[in-house]
Design a protein. Structure first.
Length: 411
């Protein structure tokens, strides 16, 4: 009954209520957007690589090594010798090793040179292995496997030809047109940078950078055994036992005969979030202050309406409503307005994420889910409702006092 009366009371003051509703919706939309993007971005980064115990590369800082080897962000400062990769792959404590070679691109997408172990052992999310939506892994020298985003955005399918370009820009004037690649497979979507990567063999990376005369011979007779691989960018290692992780890391980092750096992906990820943590908390604080300010605006609106609603309160008193009932009516009005603003902001955010999902993935490498109602968001909405309840107490108490004074005056 009180909710129906509260709804009709809000409808009777459409203009002021609409403005308050819009300010509440916008502030909640800002708060939910910041929190949801923060959570999703963290999950997107965390789920990118699973099952890798160590990442090995040239000494350059663990954050830099993590970014270019896993997230394809930035450029490596140096490569490591191919013999170093072979030494790591043959180590007694190593179960599998995935070589990575970066430096080229295709129409804005990074090209990654690797081996068949990439498709056998690379895992993401909850240790899911890569799978193919079309075709199979590359076998020939000039075959390639593309990620799902590459295939979708550029309209590729198995059997299409592509040309790799030197450098990582979206526009390149140095293209390896004499050695086109044939797409042998398309990977299923993973929600990671794998989706935006063109995969070729290590031998193919060496072949396309040969002088034209040598490259022509390789194209005419594509035999990987003819090629000598000099270096790789980084190596992902999976170990036989997790207990040997620290001992092998120390062994690699202290080996004077080979200048290598081994990092723990989890530790490097923590460093990354510590780096952006202050900015993250600042955005959350600003969003929270916006919502708090709007809630005070809601309180001000309800307080300002008290003088206009003296006649309305008098009618309720004549109909038998007590001071507590009047107090609860004002209280329910604030809650009802906030809940409607919450539902509207959730709907708007969901629609926006559906519309911007591809743009965020292709432009920023963020794979954001449109499912807004996570446990963290629900908890946040609960906090907003509690804050609304507290700020609504002032106009509710004012209505209670007003009704009580009228009751005493009538006596």
């Amino acid at each position: 009954m009180l909710l129906t009366v509260a709804k009709q009371s809000l409808l009777s003051r459409k203009k002021t209520v609409l403005l308050t509703f819009l300010s509440l919706t916008i502030s909640l939309l800002v708060l939910l957007s910041v929190e949801h993007l923060r959570i999703q971005a963290k999950q997107s980064f965390t789920r990118t690589n699973a099952g890798t115990d160590l990442i090995v590369g040239a000494p350059s800082g663990q954050l830099n090594l993590l970014l270019y080897s896993v997230f394809r962000i930035g450029t490596p400062t140096n490569n490591i010798d191919f013999e170093s990769y072979q030494k790591l792959a043959n180590h007694k404590q190593v179960k599998w090793a995935i070589p990575l070679s970066l430096g080229d691109s295709h129409r804005g997408f990074r090209v990654l040179g690797t081996s068949s172990s990439y498709f056998d052992h690379y895992a993401y999310g909850d240790n899911r292995l890569l799978s193919f939506s079309q075709g199979q892994a590359f076998k020939g020298l000039f075959e390639t496997v593309v990620g799902s985003d590459v295939a979708q955005k550029l309209g590729y399918k198995v059997g299409d030809n592509i040309v790799v370009a030197h450098g990582i820009g979206s526009t390149s004037f140095t293209k390896h047109e004499h050695s086109p690649f044939v797409i042998s497979g398309v990977l299923a979507a993973t929600g990671t940078p794998v989706d935006k990567t063109v995969h070729v063999s290590l031998a193919a990376i060496e072949a396309i950078h040969l002088p034209p005369s040598q490259l022509a011979k390789i194209v005419a007779n594509p035999e990987p055994s003819q090629l000598h691989i000099d270096s790789v960018t980084a190596v992902l290692l999976g170990l036989n036992s997790k207990f040997s992780t620290f001992s092998l890391q120390r062994e690699i980092n202290t080996d004077k005969s080979d200048q290598l750096m081994a990092i723990l992906p989890g530790v490097a990820m923590s460093e990354l979030w510590e780096l952006v943590g202050s900015v993250e908390n600042l955005l959350r604080l600003i969003a929270a202050l916006v919502v708090l300010t709007t809630l005070f605006g809601l309180t001000s609106m309800l307080l300002a309406s008290m003088n206009e609603r003296q006649a309305e309160i008098a009618v309720f008193r004549v109909l038998g409503a007590g001071p507590l009932t009047i107090m609860l009516l004002i209280y329910f009005e604030a809650l009802l307005l906030t809940i409607l603003a919450m539902l509207t902001s959730i709907a708007l955010l969901t629609a926006a994420l559906f519309g911007l999902k591809d743009a965020l993935a292709s432009g920023y490498g963020l794979f954001i889910s449109a499912n807004v109602l996570s446990s963290d968001i629900i908890t946040l909405l609960g906090v907003v409702l509690v804050a609304t309840s507290i700020t609504a107490m002032l106009p509710a108490i004012e209505a209670y006092k007003s009704a009580l004074h009228r009751q005493l005056a009538s006596r």
